[in-house]
Write a protein that binds this ligand. Structure first.
Ligand code: IPM
Ligand code: MN
Length: 359
């Protein structure tokens, strides 16, 4: 298969982890005889520094023309503590999601058998966790009207959803559940919010056309508690933009490190793949950031194009590195392996796995 992949390294550790994902895709390319063409562009603080905007027009164009986007990370602390800053790196990612129509953000959460001890949660609680969050990504409070009065003393952000925005992601969530454990949990705050009541109405109606899938509901406060009390109860969690943002960071505690969680952002015409972690500026250039979330994002990219065996080769190679302890210090504190060594090991194992298949 020929794929044009736009690479957006972004800020902090983004470039380092993305480089490892590219190595793995190149290993897949060689082993399975595909042709991947990579083109790189600026985004985030890196783009503000060089071009004055977090999402330059040329970057957006490159992404629109590509088959898929592989994204590193975004954010720079110099903007975080300045409430007056008009331009922020994160705007680049938000604009990109909106312009590419990436309405569904898919975040799998798994407990890895060899990492159960890494989670601050008890083994018995997290063992066997396997759920996926379907987070709405281009609506809600993130994109509603924002206001600040003249005096700068009153501010508001509108949380607005339309039936269309709810139903298109709900269909994806139900379809995913059909191929999994056949359960969708809608997380909302329908006891308080009008927008949540609309979600319930629309999702309930759509659920009727998926009779094999059970639908249940949880208020977001309860969901936050259930996620750490009894995470194995979940299969597909469907939720709006901000609740999904918050719950997916909480979910990362189950996996043992936020450096392991990958995500896919899907629209009708475009797709983007990125780790859920941020730019981790303290680690920039130190060769310590975990590349696995980025590498697993590349595996999700392959799955998106139906390259299941190729994606599996990456996932098995990642498993092997975790089992053998070829991991970064977030997983094993005194590890002598860095970002690049872990990336190299996984990329080489991809080749091995394919050889094993042939024998
Ligand atoms: C995420 C991030 C982004 C979000 C930020 C960087 C805008 O936290 O992808 O989860 O809030 O969506
Ligand atoms: Mn987030």
């Amino acid at each position: 298969m020929n794929l044009n992949i736009a690479l957006l390294p972004g800020d902090g550790v983004g470039p380092e982890v993305l480089a490892q994902a590219v190595k793995c895709l190149q290993a897949v390319e060689e082993t399975f005889n595909h042709e991947f063409v990579f083109k790189e562009a600026l985004v985030g603080a890196a783009a503000i520094d060089k071009k004055g905007k977090p999402l330059p027009q040329s970057t957006l164009k490159l992404c629109q023309d590509a088959d898929a986007v592989l994204f590193g990370a975004i954010g720079d602390p110099k903007y975080d503590n300045d409430p007056e800053a008009k331009i922020r790196p994160e705007q680049g990612l938000l604009e990109l999601r909106k312009s590419l129509g990436l309405f569904a953000n898919i975040r799998p959460v798994l407990s890895h058998p060899s990492l159960l001890h890494k989670s601050p949660l008890k083994k018995e609680i997290i063992s066997g966790t396997d759920f996926v969050i379907y987070r709405e990504l281009t609506g809600g409070i993130y994109f509603g009207e924002k206001k600040l009065n003249k005096e700068g003393t009153v501010a508001s952000d509108l949380c607005e959803y339309s039936e269309t925005e709810i139903s298109r992601i709900a269909h994806l969530a139900f379809k995913a559940a059909k191929g999994r454990k056949k359960k969708v949990t809608l997380v909302d705050k329908a006891n308080v919010l009008e927008s949540s009541r609309l979600w319930r109405k629309v999702v309930t109606r759509i659920g009727e056309s998926y009779p094999e899938v059970t639908l249940d509901f949880l208020f977001v406060d309860n969901a936050a508690m259930q996620l750490v009390l009894n995470p194995t109860q979940f299969d597909v969690i469907l939720t709006e933009n901000m609740f999904g943002d918050i719950l997916s960071d909480e979910g990362s505690v189950i996996g043992g490190s936020i450096g392991l969680l990958a995500s896919a952002s899907i629209g009708d015409e475009n797709a983007l793949f990125e780790p859920i972690h941020g730019s981790y500026p303290q680690a920039k250039g130190k060769n310590v950031a975990n590349p696995i979330a980025s590498i697993l994002s590349a595996a999700m990219l392959l799955e998106h194009f139906g390259l299941m065996e190729e994606a599996m080769a990456i996932k098995l190679a990642v498993d092997k590195s975790l089992r053998k302890g070829i991991v970064t210090p977030d997983i094993k504190s005194k590890s002598q392996f860095g970002t690049q060594q872990v990336g190299d090991y996984i990329a080489h194992s991809i080749v091995d796995i394919e050889d094993n298949f042939r024998v």
